[in-house]
Structures are given as structure tokens and as C-alpha cells.
Design a protein around this ligand. Structure first.
Ligand code: UT7
Length: 368
């Protein structure tokens, strides 16, 4: 048994998977009454990846998980815990984490899912870290994976332009206190539960009732403007809480990696925290809002681009449906980039929309 007071968790490896199919703002101009100019100026998003037929949340989660293990240099048998965060489960029963366990080969892992929407990956990291701190497991995997395109209402211009699909996985291992994850905080305020929701598909409005489908209940609905305001306030406050708790001044943060929901939200938070744009990592321009996959996708990219380096002090923050929000301050960045796209899974969006094209990666520090 480890000494619980001397332990934390560190990220030993990261892997991601973005589906090949891309939907651009031009595609949306053909689907709803919108424009590239409106979408870019209001959100910062230019394109998003979406699954194709035959792909699903499980297939992209498996790909990300395999890459994370390769990056960490761990064998599947070493993984003792899998916590998978998703708002778009493979199927209601059983848990998506259990469905993907065999494909990952992690036969010694206890597997469960958590639902915390866009904060899901950081919630999962927090949970896995507790298992590591108590000494119950030494090596854990967390995955944030989403196929939001399967629940996006492509007739609703206010939401459909936002979301993309993707998956990100991290292998967590025990580390001495002072390395790895320094501090984290989780919050939930269910009084905002109707700000972002998918009313249908559960116990209240089951998916096996035609009227529920006709009423478009199993689709994502959002009170965007109100969500925007709560998001700015809650992320700012939780970042301040975590920085104060860790005894770290904002100007000591090397890189801020926020949930990639909206460029204007990120800019407003950065301004309130006194974090200069060049210390904020952005990739929403080419992935959109991928909910629980957002943070690991951005972290992996930041490493591959040399923006995030070993030993950097990193501030991660997310918020989402529920409303949930989470913040994490982290240091000590191990792991090698995993390149190569491997096999891609598949999905569904309006027929004829979007196209598959060779990967072209763009990312930048924020010119806000
Ligand atoms: O990760 C989960 C958390 N979710 C979020 O972070 C989303 C937070 N919210 C947002 O990102 C923004 O609220 C949106 C991008 C969704 C909307 O931007 P907004 O500046 O809040 O716009 P709005 O909702 O106040 O709408 C302004 C106008 C409206 O028209 P009227 O009523 O002024 O005539 C909308 O109908 O913009 C219209 N509009 C659009 N126009 C062109 C809404 N969507 C579109 C669109 N294209 N796609």
C-alpha cells in the first residue's frame, strides 16, 4: 500500500482519435440559414470531425486508448481501472467502458462510465486519481469520447454548428506529491440542468416511443446565450480557486488548456484570469466542441506541436451540461507523441454533407 499523503497521479501517456470525415462551415451554409462569417465570429469554429457509417463512440475510444498505452509504454494487462466519460454512450446497457474492454485487452481493469458532459474527462481524471492516491490501483486509464453528431439536430442552426466528434485517452500512474496533478476542483449546479440537455432517450422520454422522436426529443438542445454567461463566470472562479489552493500565481502558468467550446468564452476567461492569449491553447477552429474529448485532444496536439513541454505548469478547465465544471492544475509532462492515424472508425450526419480528406492539422496559440 502506498503512503496516501505522498502520492498523486501523473499522465504517463496520451492518445487521441479524430474521425476522418470533416464538416466545414460551408457545409452548414448548405444545411441551415447560417454563414461562415457568423460561425467564425461567434464561435471561432471552422470545421469539425464527425464519425461515418460503421464508426461509433466505442471504435474511436478504443483507438485513442491503444495510442495512450503505446505512448505510456504500458501493456494492457497493467491497466487496473478504466473510467470512461461520455455523453453519447455506445448503448444504454452495458457501460461503454465494458464494451471496449476486450478490444483494449485491459482484462485486469475495473471499468465504469461517468456522465459529466463536457467536464467528463477532468471528472474521470479526478476519480482515477483518487484510486491512485488511496493505493487501490497503480495504473489507470481515463477516456473522454464523444459522437455528438449522432445526437445533433442538423435543423437547429444555434447548436448544430458547434459540435464535433473525437476521443482522447490518458494513462495515469502514481507519482510523488509535487509532481503530476497538483490540485483539482469539481463543481456541479443542477439548477442549470436545462441549459444544455437531451430530453429524450432516457427514462422520462424513452427512445422507443415514436412521439418522442417526432418531437425531436433525443437531440441536444441548448440555451446558448445563458450557458455562455454561466460558463465564463464558473470557469473563471474555479480557476482562481485552484490557483489559490495550489499557491500558484496566474503568471506562473505556462499553458492554459480550456474546454474548447467557444473562442469568446475562452477569451473572456483568459482576460479575467490575467492569462495572456499566447499562454492559451486553442484548437477549436478545426475540431469544434467535442465535449469530454476536448481537453485530451487539445493536450495531445499541444505536445505534438511542441507548445506543451515536459515540466510545464498547465491549467486545465472545463464546464458543461449539468452544469458541471472542473479545474486542474498540473505539472510534469511525460510521454512521447504518438503519430500515425491507424484505422479510422465511422458515423452519421445528413447524407451528402461533409467529406473525408487527408488530415491537415492547424492549431495555434490564441490570437484573441
Ligand atoms: O460545451 C458545452 C457548453 N456550451 C457552450 O459553451 C455554448 C455556449 N454558447 C455559445 O457558444 C453561444 O451562445 C452560441 C454560439 C451558441 C450563440 O452565440 P450568441 O452570440 O450567444 O448568439 P445568440 O444565441 O444570442 O443569437 C444571436 C442571433 C439570434 O438571432 P436574433 O434573435 O438576434 O435575430 C440567433 O437566432 O444569432 C442567431 N443565430 C444564428 N445566426 C446565424 C443563432 N445561431 C445562428 C447561426 N447562424 N448558426
Amino acid at each position: 500500500m502506498h503512503d496516501r499523503h505522498a502520492l498523486t497521479a501523473r499522465i504517463a501517456g496520451l492518445g487521441t482519435c479524430l474521425p476522418d470525415k470533416i464538416l466545414t462551415n460551408k457545409d452548414f451554409e448548405r444545411m441551415v440559414d447560417t454563414s461562415d462569417e457568423w460561425i467564425v465570429s461567434r464561435t471561432g469554429i471552422r470545421e469539425r470531425h464527425v464519425v461515418s457509417e460503421g464508426e461509433s463512440v466505442a471504435t474511436i475510444a478504443v483507438e485513442a486508448g491503444k495510442r495512450a498505452m503505446a505512448d505510456a509504454g504500458v501493456e494492457p494487462e497493467e491497466i487496473e481501472l478504466l473510467v470512461l466519460a461520455t455523453a453519447t454512450v455506445e448503448q444504454p446497457i452495458p457501460a461503454t467502458s465494458a464494451i471496449i474492454q476486450p478490444a483494449l485487452g485491459i482484462k485486469n481493469a475495473t471499468c465504469f462510465d461517468i456522465a459529466a458532459a463536457c467536464s467528463g474527462f477532468l471528472y474521470a481524471m479526478h476519480v482515477a486519481r483518487q484510486f491512485i492516491i488511496t493505493g487501490e490501483v497503480k495504473t489507470a486509464m481515463v477516456i473522454g469520447a464523444e459522437t455528438l453528431s449522432r445526437y445533433t439536430d442538423y435543423t437547429d442552426r444555434a447548436t448544430c454548428i458547434l459540435f464535433g466528434d473525437g476521443a482522447g485517452a490518458a494513462v495515469l500512474q502514481a507519482a510523488p506529491a509535487g509532481e503530476g496533478i497538483l490540485r483539482s476542483a469539481l463543481h456541479t449546479d443542477g439548477t442549470y440542468a436545462d441549459f444544455i440537455q437531451m430530453p429524450g432517450g432516457g427514462s422520462k422520454y424513452p427512445p422507443n416511443v415514436k412521439e418522442h422522436i417526432d418531437a425531436r426529443l433525443p437531440f441536444i438542445k441548448m440555451r446558448g446565450n445563458e450557458t455562455f454567461k454561466v460558463a465564463v463566470r464558473s470557469i473563471t472562479e474555479v480557476c482562481q480557486e485552484v490557483l489559490a489552493g495550489a499557491g500558484v500565481a496566474a503568471d506562473k502558468v505556462d499553458l492554459f488548456i480550456p474546454h474548447q467550446a467557444n473562442l469568446r468564452i475562452i477569451a473572456a476567461v483568459g482576460e479575467r484570469l490575467g492569462l495572456p492569449p499566447e499562454k492559451t491553447y486553442l484548437n477549436l477552429e478545426h475540431v469544434g466542441n467535442t465535449s469530454s474529448a476536448s481537453i485530451p485532444l487539445a493536450m495531445r496536439e499541444a505536445i505534438d506541436r511542441g507548445v506543451l513541454k515536459r515540466g510545464d505548469l498547465v491549467l486545465l478547465a472545463a464546464f458543461g451540461g449539468g452544469l458541471t465544471w472542473e479545474d486542474r492544475l498540473r505539472l510534469s509532462w511525460p510521454g512521447q507523441p504518438v503519430r500515425g492515424d491507424g484505422e479510422r472508425p465511422r458515423g452519421e450526419v445528413p447524407r451528402g454533407a461533409g467529406r473525408v480528406r487527408p488530415r491537415r492539422r492547424r492549431a495555434r496559440r490564441v490570437p484573441l
